[in-house]
Design a protein. Structure first.
Ligand SMILES: Nc1ncnc2c1ncn2[C@@H]1O[C@H](COP(=O)(O)OP(=O)(O)O)[C@@H](O)[C@H]1O
Ligand SMILES: Nc1ccn([C@@H]2O[C@H](COP(=O)(O)OP(=O)(O)O)[C@@H](O)[C@H]2O)c(=O)n1
Ligand SMILES: [Mg+2]
Length: 209
């Protein structure tokens, strides 16, 4: 079921070339609870969580030559060119001993999606989609308190526009391929996770209550 990460694009570090990996894309609007639920999935199902946003923020902190560009794009709620984000994701996959990854917040537009497929050859097993009304997402982002430069109402509105215009079409694309597992994300964290568990538990392991 796994696919192969090609050896292209590796930079100077010597890394394993043909690693078979299982990837699940975790998508949904800003504040829909992607990161929160990924933490739960990691604990229960042994995946490694790769947040595209976290990787980009770490890249800014590391003093990378792309740092200023990434920082400006995040403040404007814009999507960083896929070349940058894919390099970070590839490196994280190749450096990690695990073979099962949750990729959170990626792909966020058609360019992200097509380039990742082309560069890595990886097709997701499925797409976990957290469906949440905008009013609830706005409330959560304004209360997130992680000191993020983009959790202010002005940037949040821009992020919602980008989500509607660029990210939802990617979810639609996977939906048309039968790959989307949609979760009602407006409920409390524990209830959302019950629905997530049902997606991750193989049908033959589900026991009637
Ligand atoms: N089901 C939920 N109900 C209420 N608040 C939630 C829920 N899930 C997450 N949160 C809170 O909402 C904020 C955004 O969640 P987060 O997981 O960071 O979302 P995302 O990664 O999709 O932006 C955080 O402060 C988190 O604690
Ligand atoms: N694939 C991605 C993911 C995030 N990002 C940038 O990082 C920001 C924060 O992404 P995030 O996934 O951490 O945000 P949340 O959806 O978790 O609130 C986005 O608004 C984009 O500016 C990107 O450019 N490309
Ligand atoms: Mg997040």
């Amino acid at each position: 079921m796994g696919t192969v990460v090609e050896s292209a694009n590796q930079g100077a570090v010597s890394l394993p070339t043909n690693k078979k990996v299982t990837v699940i894309f975790v998508l949904g609007g800003p504040g829909s609870g992607k990161g929160t639920q990924c933490t739960n999935i990691v604990e229960h199902f042994g995946y490694t969580h790769l947040s595209a946003g976290d990787l980009l923020r770490a890249e800014i902190k590391s003093g990378s030559e792309n740092g200023t560009m990434i920082s400006n794009m995040i403040k404007e709620g814009k999507i960083v060119p896929s070349e940058v984000t894919i390099k970070l994701l590839q490196r994280a996959i190749q450096e990690n001993g695990n073979d099962k990854f949750l990729i959170d917040g990626f792909p966020r537009n058609e360019e992200n999606r097509a380039a990742f497929e082309l560069v890595t050859g990886i097709e997701p097993e499925f797409v976990l989609f957290f469906d949440c009304p905008e009013a609830e997402m706005e409330k959560r982002l304004l209360g997130r308190n992680q000191g993020r430069e983009d959790d202010n109402i002005e940037t949040i509105r821009k992020r919602f526009n980008v989500y509607m215009e660029s990210s939802l079409p990617v979810i639609e694309y996977y939906n048309s391929k039968g790959k989307v597992r949609k979760i009602d994300a407006v409920k409390p964290v524990e209830e959302v996770f019950e629905a997530v568990k049902a997606v991750f538990t193989p049908a033959n392991e589900k026991v009637a209550a």
